[in-house]
Design a protein around this ligand. Sequence first.
Ligand SMILES: Nc1nc2c(c(=O)[nH]1)N[C@H]1C(S)=C(S)[C@@H](COP(=O)(O)OP(=O)(O)OC[C@H]3O[C@@H](n4cnc5c(=O)[nH]c(N)nc54)[C@H](O)[C@@H]3O)O[C@H]1N2
Ligand SMILES: Nc1nc2c(c(=O)[nH]1)N[C@H]1C(S)=C(S)[C@@H](COP(=O)(O)OP(=O)(O)OC[C@H]3O[C@@H](n4cnc5c(=O)[nH]c(N)nc54)[C@H](O)[C@@H]3O)O[C@H]1N2
Ligand code: SF4
Ligand SMILES: [Mo]
Length: 735
Amino acid sequence: MNPVSRRKFLKISAATISVAAAGSAIVKGAEALGNKSGKEVKGVQKIPTYCDICFWKCGAIAYVNDGKLWKLEGNLEDPLSRGRLCPRGTGGVGAHYDPDRLKSPLIRRSERGREEWVEVTWDEAFTHIADKLQKIKAQYGPEAVALFAHGIGGNFFKHTLKAFGTPNITAPSFAQCRGPRDVGFRLTFGEDVSSPERTDIKNSQCLVLIGSHLGENMHNSQVQEFAEAVGNGASIIVVDPRFSVAASKAKFYLPIKPGTDLALLLAWMNVIVKEGLYDKDYVQKYGFGFEQFAAELTPYTPEWAYPETGIEPELIRTTAREMARYRPATLVHPGRHVTWYGDDAQRSRAIALLNALLGSWGRKGGFFYPVSMDVAGYPYPAYPKPEKAKVDNPDNKYPFAHETITTGIREATISGKPYPIKSWFVYATNLIHALPNEAETIKAIQNLDLLVVVDVIPSEIAGWADVVLPESVYLERYDDINVEWFREPFVALRQPVVESPHDQKPNWWMAKKLAEKLDLGAFYPWKDIEEYIIHRLTTAGLSFDELKKKGILRGSKQPIYFDEGVSAQFPTPSGKIEFYSLQLAKAGFDPVPKYRRPLPGPLGSFRLLYGRSPVHSFSRTQSNHILMDMVAENEIWINADVARRMELKTGDYVRLKNQDNIVSNKVKVKATERIRPDCVYMVHGFGHNSRGLKYAFQKGASDAQLLTRYVTDPLMGGTGMNVNFVTIESEASHG
Ligand SMILES: Nc1nc2c(c(=O)[nH]1)N[C@H]1C(S)=C(S)[C@@H](COP(=O)(O)OP(=O)(O)OC[C@H]3O[C@@H](n4cnc5c(=O)[nH]c(N)nc54)[C@H](O)[C@@H]3O)O[C@H]1N2
Ligand SMILES: Nc1nc2c(c(=O)[nH]1)N[C@H]1C(S)=C(S)[C@@H](COP(=O)(O)OP(=O)(O)OC[C@H]3O[C@@H](n4cnc5c(=O)[nH]c(N)nc54)[C@H](O)[C@@H]3O)O[C@H]1N2
Ligand code: SF4
Ligand SMILES: [Mo]
């Protein structure tokens, strides 16, 4: 592999965010497509772009018929979609036609949370925001402004706010999602799993899924690769308190007691070490501290793990041997949403260690080394250096947090410490649904002088905003080019397919205009986004015209496994795979993960678990009419015996009441054998309380509303959210 690209990968995964930028809206080819311009093109046009219904960014082909958006398909050239979209991607058409879309900029006219605004022009909105930001900067410094931005569309706002001078930029993808996983793997191998994941699912002969509910979690190429592995006869082991779609494909299903996975992982490693089943050459060549690690495992026998996990010792032994049989083509999937119990970085580290024993890191059927095209960022002037360090992690309380902690910024906004945060800029993240403990989020909002929300629909967070900026949906705009680290190098283009129906604008346009209002125009030397993209592409020797036509440009294949010549480098302190971690020991943490039993809930309550529907993304698609037609509300999964005892049957409505007496919207019962009796399960993202979402309003229940408690991971500040318990109340008692 090209060493320059490897270094860049490490840099990017360290800093997470590569700042990019873009320029003007619907230009040239695209201007003919819209319905507003009156220059409607007759007949069918096929325009490539990439999807934004989730963060997988699948290459798509949009079909436009007589100037109207008709349908979306996968782009065969694209390695992330491999020619097929998931149901949500296909349903992306509904995002353009959503009747509830935000239509023009709004400024709040009554108190926060009342959802009452006046429509203003873009210029009035930017003048209002810029005035407030300058006042905040004068009184508190630019660091008092925080940006929450999720997804590639946030790149230009990041650029503007860095130019403004704040270091406080964050997204829920770290502390509410994959942060603990990346920390656990970094501590072990020195590198992240990254997104899209470097998991070689299609070549794995034994795939272990711990919670990862592929098939419901619809990250496109992962699901396709999972189907391929199943088709090839791979041995599938699924660990989940709920019999998931993935479990139905499994040779071994382990219905684990929630919160005890670390006990299972330690017992598996105990068996593999004790029986000498690990990859001895690999461990000897690449490992650091194996002897001490092995000694720590001694107490964790399958017999010890049985009462903790509920998994029979023989099943633990059989599955451990099964993993060893297929190594190194055994992949213990690292998961993605892993913020479960607050010990998540250590559980993720145990997953990393198990993979290390199996020799799967850097090997076919395990984890590959990702590659990418060499496309440089835009050559911007240097950002001003913030005078104050970021607020989210004072005194390095969470020593292994390598990204910014959303909930840390929220805490600082509430306490004013280490310094006050007076404005939130929120781009494409519905913080009311994405952060645990809604009350804390609202308390923080009440301390702000300015909350700006950029969204496409009237989400719950928009309901709290002082200024709402309506964005064009992804099918109506350019975004930054997608230069992804994956199996093979490629670059993808998002380009406008149709015009926005009202006064919505793309993020790059807003970020540039705002910068100009803030006298930061020097940070936007390009005229429009085409100019920006063309600059980046031509510097890399790539053609914009070709990319516009194909949607994807692919580079040549490069080695991705040790066996193909990738050099085995582990950027840990020892330069090796750290079975024993001196940096953890030094910071006062367990150098080898230790099991601690999760706290039980109140008597008679059920642990609340949550996950994904294959046809929805988080809290962003419930008002999409195409997807709503498939699944309009969520259900609460209750063990069939429990339901019988409670005289509940499938289709009955109930409400859930959590340990802090928060009561949910009504939600439909799904009585099923497919879940343990000690927990209940629902799909995240439903139960909207924003009145602007006319069709999704109060359909189903919100898991987020019930997550009043969370346990913070001491290593990195992630919020373990599977620590809430509910009782089931009959709908009648609440009316
Ligand atoms: N359709 C769709 N797909 C998506 C998304 C989406 O919104 N919609 N979002 C994407 C994103 S960003 C993410 S992070 C991923 C999330 O998807 P995953 O990373 O797969 O998320 P998990 O939290 O592992 O998934 C929840 C599963 O974990 C199980 N579980 C709960 N508690 C425990 C436990 O204690 N132990 C074990 N072993 N299992 C447990 C639940 O029963 C459920 O099956 O999905 C991605 N894919
Ligand atoms: N309770 C609970 N909390 C969770 C999770 C969970 O399962 N349960 N999952 C966690 C995980 S894994 C993740 S990754 C995060 C996800 O958290 P978020 O990324 O915040 O996900 P959403 O709730 O879908 O919020 C996305 C917001 O962006 C808006 N939006 C959609 N498209 C566009 C666009 O083109 N432009 C703009 N400007 N806005 C747009 C949507 O309308 C919505 O308001 O949540 C985390 N928090
Ligand atoms: S996985 Fe589905 S929703 Fe996500 S980007 Fe791909 S097609 Fe779109
Ligand atoms: Mo996520």
